[in-house]
Design a binder for this molecule. Structure first.
Ligand code: ADP
Length: 157
């Protein structure tokens, strides 16, 4: 049987920190489903379709990218997956991630959350930080994939 994990997030846009988590998850699981949440509450810079397309453009083997709305635990049941991956950067991520993991466990005890530590190179990196840097023409070389850098430059032109 193939082992599969779901890696959920807004990915607005995907950064090299996210890519590092996906690649490391692929060393543990046969397949990773990257679930891109609509997340209108955060007022995303890129549409859901654009965010999905940017991750697909990475052309990663054994990775499926899907858009999703609603509850993660429902998605896990729909896809018959019992492991969710989340990335941890700093202690500051811990409180929110613990809350999320416990809420998900309360809703479905069969779904486990696994945390992967960020690569230290990307520990300060978040999508919002990248957007701020790009908005004011700061250098984002090496922090996002090349096509994401171009998309950001286009958006802030
Ligand atoms: P969300 O809006 O659901 O937090 P994000 O797209 O911001 O979604 O992040 C998705 C997941 O990736 C989260 O678990 C987050 O902690 C993790 N993550 C974000 N940036 C990094 C990074 N630089 N290194 C490792 N993990 C990260």
């Amino acid at each position: 049987m193939q082992s599969t994990a779901i890696y959920p997030g807004s990915f607005d846009p995907i950064t090299n920190g996210h890519v590092s988590i996906i690649k490391r998850a692929l060393r543990i699981f046969d397949k990773v489903i990257v679930a891109v949440s609509e997340n209108d509450a955060k007022g995303p810079l890129f549409s859901l379709d654009e965010r999905v397309a940017m991750i697909n453009q990475l052309g990663l083997d054994r990775v499926d990218v899907i858009p999703f709305k609603g509850l993660l635990v429902d998605l896990c049941v729909e896809k018959d997956v019992s492991v969710m991956i989340r990335g941890l950067r700093a202690v500051s991520d811990f409180e929110y991630e613990l809350q999320l993991a416990l809420a998900n466990r309360r809703m479905n005890r069969d779904v486990e959350t696994i945390f992967l530590m960020t690569d230290y190179k990307y520990s300060f990196l978040s999508s919002s930080m990248i957007k701020d840097m790009a908005r004011f023409s700061g250098s984002i070389d090496g922090l996002v994939p090349e096509h994401v850098k171009i998309a950001l430059q286009e958006r802030f032109k």
